[in-house]
Design a protein around this ligand. Structure first.
Ligand code: NAP
Length: 259
């Protein structure tokens, strides 16, 4: 399918690895020029070079912590005008309800709610001016089924989801389409780290921990960044003009509660 976005320009946040990188590669495959971002320069430059060489699109790499206001201003200055925005950042740490201080909540809200909102508020006027724009926010399956130990993430992502629900409907008539993409368990560094943690705690091999977790997924495996990226590219395409403010769950069937 031709996604109809060749020659558009996208900012994909937190995209040197993992799900952000999957989104960046799928957009590049569709002919979209990219602005990539991450905190670590080495992996970011390597990803940028790979995408340039593989897909022949223009790639600008901006090293910055996207959740920091001053650093985010540098990303915005370096990115110039864009047509497509994919918001993303690392998720907050797990814990117990009694662990978290006000500062912990503020940090989580800054990273996973207020940063994507700030980016949308910055870019939507220029998208409306052109009568065309696409925004995809990478959130989490926890939006549909909150995960007990991820209270910080649950709280911040619920706030973003609420903001998008209203905003998407306020800008759709201007050609700006906003949707959220909700990952379940995907094979990224984060999944590896979780499997290693379980293996160490329970004295089993990483492979055994992974196989056990595969068993919690009806599809019998983790999702891939490629699958995730392909869905993201579709949500950024010409074909989603009638799809407004949706929370698209990619979870291998794990959350049976969603019908
Ligand atoms: P990840 O492995 O933690 O992050 C990968 C990328 O994000 C790297 O390029 C990393 O580069 C960059 N990054 C992280 N924090 C950043 C920041 N503050 N500013 C700029 N770049 C940043 O995450 P992932 O597994 O791809 O997941 C992406 C999002 O989906 C996260 O919010 C995660 O919580 C959520 N999620 C993931 C899963 C899953 O199974 N993978 C499931 C549910 C939800 P640097 O470290 O160099 O900055």
């Amino acid at each position: 399918m031709d996604l109809g976005i060749k020659g558009k320009r996208a900012l994909v946040c937190a995209s040197s690895k993992g799900l952000g990188r999957g989104c960046a590669e799928a957009l590049a495959e569709a002919g979209v020029d990219l602005v990539l971002n991450a905190r670590g320069a080495e992996a970011l430059e390597a990803t940028a070079a790979h995408i340039r060489d593989t897909y022949g699109v223009s790639v600008t790499a901006i090293t910055a912590d996207i959740t920091d206001e001053a650093a985010r201003a540098d990303v915005i200055a370096g990115a110039c005008a864009i047509d497509i925005l994919v918001t993303n950042a690392g998720g907050p740490p797990p814990g117990l309800w009694s662990d978290w201080t006000r500062d912990d909540f503020i940090k989580a809200l800054d990273a996973n709610m207020l940063t994507p909102i700030a980016l949308m508020k910055h870019y939507m006027p220029q998208m409306m001016e052109k009568s065309w724009g696409r925004v995809v926010n990478i959130t989490s399956q926890s939006v549909k089924a909150p995960i007990p130990q991820l209270g910080l993430s649950n709280s911040a992502r619920a706030g973003l989801t609420g903001y998008v629900a209203g905003t998407a409907r306020q800008v759709a008539a201007k050609g700006v389409i906003i949707n959220n993409l909700l990952p379940g368990i995907h094979a990224t560094d984060r999944a590896d780290a979780l499997d290693k943690g379980v293996a160490e705690r329970e004295g089993i091999s990483v492979e055994e921990a992974r196989t056990r977790r595969f068993g919690t997924l009806p599809v019998g495996r983790y999702g891939t960044a490629q699958e995730f990226g392909a869905t993201c590219a579709f949500l950024c395409s010409q074909h989603v003009g009638f799809m407004v403010g949706q929370n698209v769950l990619l979870d291998g069937g794990q959350n049976a509660i969603t019908i």
